[in-house]
Design a protein around this ligand. Sequence first.
Ligand SMILES: Cc1cc2nc3c(=O)[nH]c(=O)nc-3n(C[C@H](O)[C@H](O)[C@H](O)COP(=O)(O)OP(=O)(O)OC[C@H]3O[C@@H](n4cnc5c(N)ncnc54)[C@H](O)[C@@H]3O)c2cc1C
Length: 482
Amino acid sequence: MHGILSITAWLLLSCLWENVVSAHAPTQWPLQETFAIPPKEIAVIGGGAAGTSFAYFLSQSELRDNVSITLFEATGRLGGRALSTSVNGTKIELGASIFLTENQNLYNATQTFNLSVSMRPAKSASRPPWALWNGDSFSFTASTSPSKTIVDMLWRYGLAPLTVRRLARDAANIFAQGAYDSSTAPLFTTVDELVDILGLKEYVDVDARQWFVDRKGIGEKYIQEIVQAATRVNYAQNLDLNAIAALVCMAAASGQAISVAEGNERIFQHYAKASEAQIHLDTAITSIERLSAQEKYAVTSKDGSTALFDAVVLAVPWSSPNPPLNLVNLRTQPFVIPYIHLHVTIVTGTLRPSYFNLASGSPVPDTVFTAPNPSIPFYSISILSELRNSSDSIIKIFSPSKMEDSLLTALFESIQGDVIRKEWDSYPVLTPKERTGMPVELDDGAWFVNGFESVFSTMESEVVVARKVVGLVEDWIKKRQP
Ligand SMILES: Cc1cc2nc3c(=O)[nH]c(=O)nc-3n(C[C@H](O)[C@H](O)[C@H](O)COP(=O)(O)OP(=O)(O)OC[C@H]3O[C@@H](n4cnc5c(N)ncnc54)[C@H](O)[C@@H]3O)c2cc1C
């Protein structure tokens, strides 16, 4: 009896107490603060497309109030391999230069952040838009009349250009289905599982020549000349790269290519800012150690300082010979993959027709693609824009080694101002493999984004993978909620 009374009295009192408290309480009840679950501290390593987009999409997720994001970037700027400079008032991309309007993440970012985009500049009416250089002569030169180019290509290659275009569209649609369909967010722990989710398995275990010629029955000449020209300019590799990478190059050639007028890195700077992550520039991370007993990761930077995090996301290329940082006590590690060392040279000047065995005064094509002849010292040369009040243009060269001054003198009849040189560990050697064996989940609370680059490397695909890793992190957090 006494017990029942006291329970009734307690219930009454507690109801009264709640009413009193709610009448006077501030919006947040202080007791709640005492028992609130602290947000998960997430460290993101790398401030390129992958790291900044990961931070952004995690900050937009339903669990945004349950996370606190800190992003570490080794250099003094965000953007990674998206890097632009100005030449004579014109924005020039030294790294990733184009994306397509159907790249939903990048295109939507330009809309969200109000960034103006530029289309591929109109080609000069007086020069052929492109040609294929074999070291002695141009084996194919596109006409200034697009309809004549189509007729010439059909004459030389039959229906191969149309078939390859269709196959590239098909592959892009398959990728888009897996990349952008958010109705199901399948979990994965490896790059190979992700390749399956994206529907790309049939394209990764075979090289481009075998896939197009042996599997799809397309004429060898078109693949050797035109598809290979595209793989050389986009990935500095011949037809021995995997088929999906070659299809990405062909999709880029036939789609609506755009870039951000102020430089593509602006997208990633906006992602980082909008994420409200704490950003540490000039902070190279040297090691990450898993502290099992504390269920934490100790993240140590070059200056020796260490901070503890609940989870870590690595958004850095794991390029050979040395990984970018040490991982200690993690269940598994990414393995290093070779990246191609690429030289980008920007020259303001006029190309010398005689270098290409053209008569003096003949126009050199806007873009010179190349065949795999070891005596050709570059992969491609492109006229990016013509200067006003001068016959000179701004010209970009991709090459496997430095374009020495003596070589530039042979190639150009005039050069004005400084030559800009930038070197990159650009993209992985895109070897065909049935299974890459590359992990995405490295341990409980540790993920690696850039393993997918061994399949192909673009800004959009890096963002797609980063978004999918956000799904993995959300799942990890939910499983830890009481
Ligand atoms: C010359 C060139 C042309 C290209 N053209 C195109 C193109 O036209 N279109 C396209 O879509 N893609 C293109 N790409 C590929 C594209 O640039 C990449 O796929 C994409 O930018 C990779 O982004 P990411 O964030 O994964 O890596 P990154 O951009 O390399 O970012 C990694 C970041 O991590 C930082 N970092 C490294 N180690 C550490 C560390 N220990 N601690 C902290 N930070 C660290 C780096 O400084 C860097 O900022 C091109 C690449 C190159 C090089």
